[in-house]
Design a protein around this ligand. Structure first.
Ligand code: PRX
Length: 637
């Protein structure tokens, strides 16, 4: 399949962009027509950002898996859809052709049906990076169930929160997962979560590590037994459920600046079309290419650019179970050579962590199959950008710096590989269909070039967030109420003289640690649950590898004879409540926090101290007790 809407030159980009702004409905309808629909749409778009209410392809019916699988069976049945590389390089890799993947997805859709899963039911998926994870996701979509994938690093408490919020009655998990030289338990974590979730009816457990797990009669089932049951039933073909364009496809939880994570809801048709369009254009995928996105399917990057984008485009997606440093820091490069990877998409954190090991781990590899490199998840510093360009891309592979969010569903601002110019550490230009604006703190649009402001988008694109699950008002207040008639991203940005965007990072209380989004309030709540903690304040600080680290100021009431041990206890509490990814990097014990007279913590000051900018704290006279700042400065970690 070649893509009629693949942009091949800078002129074509400008032309597509112009059309997308002048006639968005015509622009997206032309692209949407190339997909498989069960029933065509009646109207392309209806929207307002007030409620908000955004609907694309109204009245249209489809199933995303017919677009990701069935439509490729005629010409690409034997082409690899998913290539899977296991954690252990000596374990046999697996290749699932489109025919095989279609078969497996249908089989597992039967398993879901046999167990009572229906259209609209929420299914939570908590698995390692095995092909069965992709199969489970697609089987949910086939049957019309709403999947909610939870990253394997989240704790039982986090899972329970999400299960309760989504009212999910079904879970698909693994006994455990392999990551580097560790075996991570998964089913035992689910068991702990279920103590507070008695409404869960069924847990299907895929065998990966064959570690001992408890299997409760009447609730827990082995994946393999259920597949055997389908095999004895005979017919593995599963007719794809008819979905309305706006029916929810999935929920993915993400952190905000306040409260518990919110369930971002994406639609069936708009999400499919936008992830496909952005995949095809940003990475400039060509027939036969091997696309390697190193993300975990537990994050939006994996949803959009391991599963739905590549498969809807009939591409080959490489899925990797392990970590970049196992068995050594050359693992990514070994995989690139082994499978002749053409497109590599990873995070700045991964690049920085591999840079530390030096080029000895790179030079043994040819890397000559690579054509396009990509980064995502956080701002990339120029040093990492150049290392990636020189050592990995050998200065012949364009780097796409892709800016987007869980809420945007797909890449919104990025250069298109080899088509529009790359600028180190700049996401550069918006994709066709995306209308970014910068606004000042009063909500006024900052026009012209060579300016900065808060990044908003003023017109809907097909994969924009539709709601936050179970709480539409939260969606409105978080994203659409800060500035009138605009989607607010939470990021700050600069627009250079030529109109290129450079994302400078979050302007709210959201941290980006190793490309993982973590709310400061969430971490504070977890720390405050620890015995002896009176109050805490969490801020980010620059971290050489992770981009941002977590710095916690803690008021502790108990005796602190062994401070190091207490720090470890507090970290263990955070790990237990949220998961290991939210553990503070630094904990400083303080006797007070800098507060305004109205009791608000002055995070600006805490941030400066954490950054080591002790001289430059700004005005502290409005503080209730300015002396507290001196104490904090002296005790800085
Ligand atoms: O701050 C931006 C940063 O990551 C945030 C979104 O995080 P999440 O929803 O977890 O999605 C990550 C993967 C799409 C954004 O608000 N971010 C993402 N990509 C970039 C980025 N910051 C700078 N440059 C990027 N390319």
């Amino acid at each position: 399949m070649s893509y009629s809407y693949q942009i091949g030159s800078l002129e074509q980009y400008h032309e597509a962009y112009r059309k997308s702004v002048e006639d968005p409905e015509g622009f997206w309808a032309e692209i949407a027509r190339t997909f498989t629909w069960k029933k065509p749409w009646d109207k392309v778009l209806e929207w307002n950002f007030k409620e908000p209410n955004v609907k694309w392809f109204i009245g249209g019916q489809l199933n995303i898996t017919e677009n990701c699988l069935d439509r490729h069976l005629e010409s690409k049945a034997d082409q690899p859809a998913i290539i899977w590389e296991s954690n252990d390089p000596n374990e046999h890799h697996r290749v699932l052709t489109y025919r095989r993947l279609h078969f497996k997805v249908c089989q597992f859709a039967w398993v879901l049906k046999n167990n009572g899963v229906k259209k609209g039911d929420r299914v939570c998926i908590y698995m390692g990076m095995v092909p069965e994870l992709a199969i489970a996701v697609l089987a949910c979509a086939r049957i019309g169930a709403i999947h909610s994938v939870i990253f394997g690093g989240f704790s039982a408490q986090s899972i329970a929160d999400r299960l309760q919020d989504a009212k999910a009655e079904y879970i698909i998990t693994c006994d455990g997962a392999y990551r580097g030289n560790k075996t991570i338990p998964l089913k035992p974590v689910i068991d702990d979560a279920l103590v507070t979730c008695p409404f869960v009816k069924t847990v299907i457990v895929h065998t990966r590590t064959r570690t001992p797990v408890s299997m409760i009669k009447g609730r827990d089932l082995w994946w393999e037994d259920e597949i055997n049951r389908v095999e004895t039933q005979g017919n593995p073909d599963f007719p794809a459920e008819t979905m309305d364009a706006e029916d929810p496809l999935f929920i993915l939880y993400t952190s905000g600046s306040t409260g518990k994570p919110k369930g971002v809801v994406h639609s069936s048709a708009g999400y499919m079309i936008y992830t496909n369009y952005s995949f095809v254009n940003v990475f400039q995928n060509k027939p036969g290419d091997v696309h390697f996105c190193t993300a975990d399917i537990g994050w939006i990057t994996g949803h959009s650019y391991i599963v739905y984008g590549p498969l809807s485009a009939g591409a080959t997606s490489l899925m990797f179970e392990g970590i970049p440093t196992f068995p050594d820091a050359g693992r990514f490069w070994a995989i690139v050579d082994k499978y002749k990877v053409n497109i590599l998409y990873t995070a700045p954190t991964a690049i920085r962590s591999l840079m530390v090991f030096g080029t000895d781990f790179v030079t043994p590899y040819k890397l000559d199959s690579l054509r396009v490199l990509g980064t995502v998840g956080e701002p990339i510093n120029e040093e990492a950008w150049h290392w990636y360009d020189e050592q990995i891309g050998k200065k012949r592979c364009p780097i796409v710096d892709t800016w987007w969010q869980t809420e945007t569903g797909g890449i919104l601002i990025s250069n298109l590989a080899g088509v529009t110019p790359a600028i180190p550490a700049h996401a550069t230009l918006p994709l066709p269909g995306v209308q970014p604006v910068l606004v000042d703190e009063n909500g006024k649009e900052v026009k012209g070039n060579g300016v900065s402001g808060n990044l908003c988008i003023k017109f809907p694109w097909p994969s924009i967030i539709r709601t936050t699950y179970g709480d539409h008002e939260r969606c409105r207040t978080t994203y659409f109420a800060t500035y009138e008639n605009m989607y607010f991203t939470g990021d700050g940005a600069l627009r250079d003289e030529k109109g290129n965007y450079r994302i400078t990072g979050r302007v709210d209380d959201v941290l980006n640690v190793s490309g993982h989004r973590i709310g400061t309030a969430e971490v504070e709540n977890a720390i405050n649950m620890h015995y002896g903690v009176v109050e805490s304040a969490v801020v980010g600080y620059p971290h050489e590898i992770k981009g941002q680290g977590i710095y916690a100021y803690v008021i502790y009431s108990g005796k602190r004879e062994d401070e190091e041990l207490i720090r470890k206890d507090i970290s263990a509490t955070v790990s237990r409540i949220i998961g290991p990814i939210a553990k503070p990097d630094k904990i400083q014990f303080v006797t007070g926090l800098p507060k305004t007279r109205s009791g608000k913590i002055m995070r600006r000051i805490l941030r400066k101290i954490a950054e080591g900018e002790l001289q430059n704290l700004g005005d502290t006279t409005t503080l209730l007790d300015p002396a507290v700042v001196e104490e904090i400065k002296t005790g800085k970690q």
